[in-house]
Design a protein around this ligand. Structure first.
Ligand code: NAD
Ligand code: DAU
Length: 356
């Protein structure tokens, strides 16, 4: 089976490529533009694998996508390429409109042309899997509620609005043109190779640098955390076994406030890499201006993917976070150049409502 993974040099895409390449019956083409978030070092474990191939391309380039689909005789497209950071979408929404909306439209167009030319047997087996987020469902109150597949879309940020738009396009290509699509909407991922603009890796690396650990607002916002390798397994199942036209919610059943996540990281580091002077890393916690439009809580009901596809997370938050902290302690070769050359951890997305 031949997979095209877009965005395969990113955090989740690289986990998907590493996971799929472990199966010798699969061949994987990773199509990535290599934006600031794309990093071929994340593919080092498979870069010489016989069933892995990299294609440097932009999903907005419809011709390039079509050529790769034909050249590599693709059976399943997994579309992960995106601008993914909410704070960057506040500072500069244009790239999110371009890649997440226009790019998805271009990939859909290229895929439809390719799919229409396939023989019937291949056409029936073909899938277009669009990888989306729970953020499209918007803001949950602190005291209850879970996102189910039928929850109406109510995105709050330019990022989540662009992902919601792309989900609508994917469903429209199914309803209108019959393209066999599947979708998945997942909660917050964490784990190895996570770009250090996101909360968990940012806090680990700032702590190691003795820098403030920025907690937005009072740190009361809640996210549902899933270890990235569990997400990669879920994505393989959705892509290969999901029913066309359906979407699947994926979550870790691990709701935590941001403050408790940051404190847990501090406690893990206190044991593994004690600070000179004996103080706790908790002393570095710094409460900063809240994110504009900050959704209070996300929480996923993942019973459909459990029931229909037999998926459940294998890592709980405590074990997954400990693995993640250990990975960052052991892999400076990966994150050192990013912190030095690309992003040193400065505050993003502080623009206020009403500001020009
Ligand atoms: P990421 O930012 O780490 O990686 C994105 C990748 O896409 C990068 O390799 C980048 O180079 C590539 N890319 C960006 N624009 C491109 C373009 N125009 N053409 C080709 N490649 C391009 O993102 P991530 O966290 O790995 O997220 C991957 C997908 O999963 C996204 O669609 C995101 O919305 C979704 N998602 C993420 C999470 C999460 O917690 N990170 C949760 C649910 C869903
Ligand atoms: O829910 C899925 C989404 O999770 C994905 O669709 C996004 O691509 C992914 O980036 C992630 O979005 P979040 O905005 O939830 O992740 P982030 O790591 O940026 O922030 C997690 C929480 O921590 C959020 O409530 C904001 C807060 N935060 C974040 C940063 C970067 C802080 O308090 N301090 C920080 O410095």
């Amino acid at each position: 089976m031949n997979f095209l993974v877009t965005g395969g040099a990113g955090f989740i895409g690289s986990a998907v490529c590493r996971h799929l390449c472990a199966n010798p019956a699969y061949r994987v083409t990773n199509l990535d533009k290599l934006t600031y978030a794309g990093n071929l070092a994340s593919l080092r474990p498979i870069e010489n694998a016989h069933n892995y191939r990299f294609a440097h391309a932009d999903i907005c380039d419809e011709r390039a996508v079509l050529d790769i689909l034909r050249r590599d005789d693709i059976d399943i497209v997994m579309n992960l390429a995106a601008e993914s950071h909410v704070d960057r979408s506040i500072d500069g929404p244009g790239a999110f409109i371009e890649t997440n909306i226009v790019g998805t439209y271009k990939v859909l167009n290229a895929t439809l042309e390719y799919w229409r030319g396939l023989p019937d047997e291949k056409k029936n087996r073909f899938r277009f899997h669009h990888v989306s987020t729970d953020e499209v469902f918007g803001d949950l109150p602190f005291d209850g509620g879970l996102f189910v597949e039928e929850t109406p879309y109510a995105p709050s940020s330019p990022y989540s609005a662009s992902k919601a738009a792309s989900d609508h396009l994917v469903r429209a290509w199914h309803e209108t043109y019959g393209l066999p699509v599947v979708l998945s909407n997942c909660s917050n991922n964490y784990g190895p190779y996570h770009f250090p603009e996101k909360l968990i890796p940012l806090v680990i690396l700032n702590a190691l640098d003795e820098k403030p650990l920025p907690v937005y607002g009072a740190g009361a916002n809640v996210r549902d955390w899933l270890f990235v390798e569990d997400h990669a397994r879920a994505l393989e199942l959705v892509a290969t076994k999901g029913t066309p036209g359906e979407s699947y919610n994926v979550g870790g059943n691990s709701e935590r406030t941001n403050l408790s996540v940051v404190e847990t990281i501090c406690d893990l580091l206190d044991i593994r890499r004690p600070r000179s002077g004996g103080k706790s890393y908790r002393d570095l916690i710094s409460f900063v201006t809240d994110r504009p439009g900050h959704d209070r809580r996300y929480a996923i009901d993942a019973s459909k993917i459990n029931r229909d596809l037999g998926w459940a997370p294998s890592e709980n938050f405590d074990s997954g976070l400990a693995r993640t902290v250990d990975w960052f302690l052991d892999n400076k070769w990966w994150w050192g150049p990013i912190r030095e050359q690309h992003y040193a951890g400065e505050r993003l997305g502080e623009a206020r409502k009403g500001a020009a």
